[in-house]
Design a binder for this molecule. Structure first.
Ligand code: NAD
Length: 353
């Protein structure tokens, strides 16, 4: 008999394809809005301005100050700009940093959001917002945080550098990895995760060869949607906790840190739930953590926390912080387990399980 489950439903409207950014004005009209503030990082300001120009009088202006880990000082400036321009909604054009700023404005103003993601990080389908104040990152979940519309345009991902393409994909795979064993998983999520693993496995090596391969970009972006949906629907565990600790307390880069941790957190939990993680082993090879490590190595991903700027002397404090605010994980762990896991990720050894 099929296992009992609850599927909470997907409330976000999704538009997926090539050239879909052209539908932004229609989506704005559908939401009943006519003055959007377009958000981006400084890097993607030109793209944000092009979108604003295209929207004409439907755009209130551009705020191009989005930054990683959503610093509250930036959010305050953006909210000021939102109010000064008399905007009635936000359009977030960019990766997780820009989507995060859109969410931070939305929770403070009640604004609707259209997210147009250009990486595979996966913030767009979630009700999660992480914010940094005074050097500390806190995360909350609230239905008001979830964007109303997500427009996936494959064309916008053609410029994603190869390095970020690989690490951002591994960041997305981490959502699926924890989705497979999440206590509140359901068959819809499991199906999405299986599809995502297969799509990334074929698309990423092709994109390493040719980052402008449109078919591979489409496969990867579809997989990113599956993984983002997973992140937005089910409970994450040890892997996300460790990435959060390293990003929030040690300023480690988001996608790269997820990429380095993934084989090690997978290996640690595969010992406890080999059957639930079998779809990963089927796609990437065995043992499960080592299969992901081999894939990461073959695609040129960073393999060592040491190379991302973490000091070995920081490992005990990272393990100590990770033990605070206990959270669910399929395999129980001690502080010593976390130390060992972080040490393996620090030196980049191939996992044994
Ligand atoms: P990012 O958004 O910081 O982007 C990294 C850099 O790449 C930026 O300079 C950006 O402008 C540039 N870039 C993005 N797309 C590009 C493209 N197509 N072409 C060229 N350059 C491009 O990085 P990220 O990894 O996407 O997001 C990381 C942030 O997202 C973190 O703050 C993380 O906490 C957050 N996040 C939140 C959630 C959530 O559900 N709340 C989920 C995932 C990530």
């Amino acid at each position: 008999m099929t296992r009992a489950f609850t599927f909470p439903g997907i409330t976000t409207r999704v538009v997926f394809g090539s050239g879909t950014i052209a539908q932004t004005a229609d989506e704005l009209a559908r939401l009943g809005h006519s003055r959007a503030l377009v958000l981006s990082t400084p890097n993607q300001e030109d793209d944000a301005q092009t979108l604003a120009d295209r929207l004409g009088d439907k755009a209130a202006g551009v705020f191009a100050g989005a930054a990683m880990h959503t610093p509250v000082e930036v959010t305050e400036q953006a909210v000021q700009a939102f109010r000064a321009m008399e905007a009635d909604c936000v359009i977030s054009l960019g990766g997780g940093s820009t989507t995060g700023l859109g969410k931070a404005i939305a929770v403070r103003t009640g604004a609707d959001q259209i997210a147009i993601p250009t990486t595979y990080a996966g913030s767009e389908m979630t009700d999660i917002l992480g914010e940094t104040a005074g050097g500390e990152k806190t995360t909350r979940r609230d239905p008001a945080i979830r964007p109303e519309v997500v427009i996936y345009d494959v064309d916008l991902t053609l410029t994603l550098p190869v390095g970020l393409t690989v690490t951002s994909a591994l960041n997305a795979i981490a959502h699926a990895m924890e989705g497979f064993y999440a206590p509140d998983r359901n068959p819809v999520i499991e199906a999405l995760c299986r599809d995502a693993m297969r799509a990334f496995k074929t698309a990423i090596p092709r994109l390493v060869q040719d980052p402008t391969d449109r078919d591979a970009r489409a496969e990867a972006l579809f997989a990113a949607w599956c993984c983002s949906t997973t992140l937005g629907q089910v409970t994450m565990a040890l892997h996300h906790k460790l990435a959060h600790v390293l990003g929030g307390s040690f300023g480690m880069p988001h996608a790269e840190t997820h990429a380095v941790l993934l084989p090690h957190t997978t290996a640690f939990n595969a010992v406890a739930v080999p059957d639930l993680l079998a779809p990963i082993a089927e796609v990437f090879g065995t043992p499960t953590g080592a299969g992901l490590w081999d894939f990461a190595k073959a695609t040129g991903a960073p393999l060592r926390l040491a190379d991302l700027g973490l000091a070995e002397a920081d490992l005990p404090r990272a393990a100590e912080i990770a033990m605070k605010n206990r959270y669910w994980n399929p395999r129980p762990f001690t502080e010593a387990d976390i130390r060992n896991l972080l040490q393996a990720a620090f030196t980049g050894t191939r996992p044994a399980s």
